[in-house]
Design a protein around this ligand. Structure first.
Ligand SMILES: *Cc1c(COP(=O)(O)O)cnc(C)c1O
Length: 380
C-alpha cells in the first residue's frame, strides 16, 4: 500500500458494532471489567484509550514502524524519551534544534545530571568527536530549525551505532511523507503532531515511533507512569489531519519552492535557507533522503535588525505566530520568538542572525503569498 492510501486506511477499520466509518472520540476515563483485574482491553484512559490507540495504529505504519505512542505535546514526547536515561549519561545533540527541546535538555535534564554536548552534525566528524564512554543517545533534527541544515541520517546513524547509541530523529519538519528515518537506520522518530500531522493549528500533540519492542515497552511504561498521553479529542483531530497529509504536503512543497525562488532572486534579500535550492549546502543529501524539500524556510533581508522586527509584523497573509506546519502561512522572528530561550551568544555561535525570518509556507495560492512578501520587502 502506498503512503496516501495508508494514511487513510491503516488502523482505521469502521466500528464493528455501529459501522461508524470514523473512530469516535472515546471520552471515557474508565472501563467496565467483566471480572476483577481482567479488563477487556482498556482499563483506564491514562494507560490507554481507543481513540488514542487508533491514532497510534495509524501513525506507526506511516513511519514504517511497528509501534507508536502519542503524547499531549511534542515536548512531552521528548521528555518521555529522555526519561529512559539516568544520571551520569551523556547525550550528543544537534545544536540547531527546536528551542523548546534545547530548553528541556539544558534547563531540566541537565539538573538531573544528564550531560549534553551540542554539535553541528552536518559535519559528521563533530558527532564522532563528541562521543564519550558514557554517551548513550544521539539526538538529530533534520531539516533543522530554524536554519534548515540537513544531516545525512544514514551516515550519522552508522557513527552512533558503532558506539551502541540510541539514535533519535526529530522528523517534525519533514513528516513521514517526505522522510523515513527508521528506514535509514534510526531507532526512534519524534513527531510534534501539532505541526503537519495535525495540520490545522487546532491541537498540541506529539509522538514517539519505533520498531524496537524493548524501547517501546519502556516508553509505554513512562507514559502511563507520568501521565502524558494525548487526549481522545486531540487524537481524533490528528487522525482527521493525517488523512489529507499527502495532498497538503504536495501543495506545501510546491508553494515553498516558489517562495524560495522568489526570495533568492530578490534584491533586498541577502540569504535564503531552503534545502530545495541547488546552492544550499545540504541539497544533495536532502535529495537522497527526502521525497521533496518541505515547506519551512528562513531568510535574511538586507536591512537592520530593528527593521527585520518591523517587517515580520507587516505581512497581510503570513500571520506573525510561533509554530508551523499548518494550512495557513506563518511568519516568525526566531531570535525573539521560537528561539528566544536559546541564549544570544549560543544563537550567534549557531548562526541564527538577529534579522533571521522564518516562514512556514501554507497551502494558500502561491501568487498571494509571493505578493505579500513582495509588499513586505518593498518597505526596506
Ligand atoms: C514544535 C516542535 C517540537 C515541540 O512540539 P510541541 O508540540 O510544541 O510540544 C519539537 N520539535 C520540533 C522540530 C518542533 O517544531
Amino acid at each position: 500500500m502506498h503512503f496516501a492510501t495508508k494514511a487513510i486506511h491503516q488502523g482505521q477499520e469502521p466500528d464493528k458494532e455501529t459501522g461508524a466509518i470514523i473512530t469516535p472520540i472515546y471520552q471515557a476515563s474508565t472501563y467496565v471489567q467483566p471480572a476483577p483485574g481482567q479488563p477487556k482491553g482498556f482499563s483506564y484512559s491514562r494507560t490507554d484509550n481507543p481513540t488514542r490507540q487508533a491514532l497510534e495504529k495509524n501513525l506507526a505504519p506511516l513511519e514504517n514502524a511497528r509501534y507508536a505512542l502519542v503524547f499531549s505535546s511534542g515536548l512531552a514526547a521528548v521528555n518521555n524519551i529522555l526519561n529512559t536515561f539516568k544520571s551520569g549519561d551523556h547525550v550528543v545533540s544537534a545544536s540547531d534544534i527546536y528551542g523548546g527541546t534545547y530548553r528541556l535538555f539544558t534547563r531540566v535534564f541537565q539538573n538531573y545530571n544528564i550531560e549534553f554536548t551540542f554539535v553541528d552534525p552536518t559535519d559528521l566528524n563533530n558527532i564522532s568527536g563528541a562521543i564519550k564512554a558514557n554517551t548513550k543517545l544521539l539526538w538529530l533534527e533534520t531539516p533543522s530549525n530554524p536554519l534548515l541544515k540537513v544531516t545525512d541520517i544514514k551516515a550519522a546513524v552508522a557513527i552512533g551505532k558503532k558506539s551502541q547509541l540510541t539514535v533519535v530523529v526529530d522528523n517534525t519538519f519533514a513528516t513521514p511523507y517526505l522522510q523515513l528515518p527508521l528506514d535509514l537506520g534510526a531507532d526512534v522518530v519524534l513527531q510534534s503532531t501539532t505541526k503537519y500531522l495535525g495540520g490545522h493549528s487546532d491541537i498540541v500533540g506529539g509522538a514517539v515511533i519505533t520498531n524496537d519492542e524493548k524501547l517501546h515497552e519502556q516508553y509505554k511504561f513512562y507514559q502511563n507512569a507520568v501521565g502524558t498521553g494525548a487526549s481522545p479529542l486531540d487524537c481524533f483531530l490528528v487522525l482527521r489531519g493525517i488523512k489529507t497529509l499527502a495532498l497538503r504536503m504536495e501543495r506545501h512543497c510546491e508553494n515553498a519552492r516558489a517562495v524560495a525562488e522568489f526570495l533568492e532572486q530578490h534584491s533586498k534579500v541577502e540569504k535564503v535557507y531552503y534545502p530545495g535550492l541547488p546552492g544550499h549546502p545540504g541539497h544533495e543529501i536532502a535529495k537522497k533522503q527526502m521525497r521533496d524539500f518541505g515547506a519551512m524556510l528562513s531568510f535574511e533581508p538586507k536591512c537592520t535588525d530593528d527593521q527585520a522586527k518591523k517587517l515580520v509584523a507587516s505581512t497581510k497573509i503570513f500571520s506573525l505566530a510561533e509554530s508551523l506546519g499548518c494550512v495557513r502561512s506563518l511568519i516568525n522572528h526566531p531570535p525573539t520568538m521560537t528561539h528566544a530561550s536559546v541564549p544570544a551568544d549560543v544563537r550567534k555561535k549557531i548562526g541564527i542572525s538577529e534579522k533571521l525570518i522564518r516562514l512556514s509556507v501554507g497551502i494558500e495560492d502561491k501568487r498571494d503569498l509571493i505578493a505579500d512578501l513582495e509588499q513586505m520587502l518593498d518597505q526596506i
